[in-house]
Design a protein around this ligand. Structure first.
Ligand code: AMP
Length: 293
């Protein structure tokens, strides 16, 4: 498996792969691979004749004071994991090649990008969209694979692809978890032993919310408060950035599941949260089918 670093060489290679009739699956990552990434690579391997994994810690999606400098990096480990999972190429460009001096073009999905993680991390999704569209223009994937762990990111990329008529199929892949339910993340490496124990509190409360709703609770404002309090009370949790109930496609906030006059009952409810455990920011979500209510 080859690692390609130069965008122009990658573009040339992708063009030749496409003209030879290959289908290209792209798995964009920031590296320090884990089983979550591997599940995306394996899915791409099943669907496509060529699998390209990009590894790029994208500086423009990190805000000031965020963890760009300390984001975990290990190219050798990534290389062997990606190869074992069936990747054909790794594309690993430098920051200078992706953002040369005087780079000044950005892509924004207005609206969806200013709530939830977007409200806490201004400019984050603008950075994500800009790098993803650049990767699409360098690699020409037929299909691009994104994890549903970053659910808001997945929706935003899908919207960008639709709005800009990009010829890429966006595939969302299920969240891969540790035994105690913690969603796998490269950032989990930074958790101390005690923080690691507390980190599954977010998922536990997603499950609690699900259970309460399944048992008939329809007051989501009350439920939000209960879950936020539970999480805040856990050791090592410094802050709950949000714990939200939203319609799964529009991300409209939902306060009640009680049928309301003149309002259509929603079909799928997103329960999503972001918490700071020590210095580490963790996100997670689940989608609840509520068509039976
Ligand atoms: P990252 O390297 O964290 O930017 O993630 C690269 C891709 O892997 C994104 O599409 C993520 O949503 C996806 N991903 C990260 N963690 C997981 C996980 N635990 N399960 C499934 N997909 C994941």
């Amino acid at each position: 498996m080859e690692i390609i670093t130069d965008p122009a060489s990658m573009q040339k290679l992708s063009k030749s792969l496409l003209s030879a009739g290959e289908t290209i699956g792209l798995v964009p990552t920031m590296g320090y691979l884990h089983e979550g990434h591997i599940s995306l690579i394996k899915k791409a391997r099943k669907d496509c004749s060529m699998v390209i994994v990009s590894i790029f810690i994208n500086p423009i999606q990190f805000g000031p004071g965020e963890d760009y400098g300390t984001y975990p990096r290990d190219t050798q480990r990534d290389r062997s994991m990606a190869e074992k999972a069936g990747a054909d190429y790794i594309f690993k460009p430098s920051v200078k090649d992706m953002y040369p001096d005087k780079f000044s073009t950005f892509v924004e999905v207005v609206g969806l990008d200013s709530i939830m993680c977007g409200a806490m991390r201004p400019g984050h999704f603008r950075g994500v969209c800009t790098v993803v569209i650049k990767l699409f223009n360098i690699i020409y994937p037929d299909r691009a694979y994104f994890g549903l762990k970053d659910y808001q990111q997945y929706l935003i990329i899908k919207k960008m692809v639709k709005d800009l008529e990009l010829p890429v199929k966006v595939i969302g892949c299920p969240i891969v978890r540790e035994k105690d339910g913690l969603a796998m993340s490269s950032r989990n490496k930074h958790l101390s032993a005690s923080e690691r124990k507390s980190a599954s509190i977010l998922y536990k409360n997603l499950l609690l919310a699900k259970e309460k709703i399944n048992n008939g609770e329809n007051n989501l404002i009350k439920l939000k408060k209960i879950c936020e309090e539970n999480i805040k009370a856990s050791a090592d949790v410094l802050k709950v950035d949000y714990f939200d109930f939203r319609e799964s496609e529009t991300l409209e906030e939902i306060g009640t599941l009680k049928p309301e006059a003149g309002k259509k009952q929603i079909k799928k409810l997103l329960i999503a949260g972001a918490v700071r455990v020590g210095k580490t920011r963790l996100i997670d979500n689940l989608i609840l089918n509520i068509s039976n209510f």
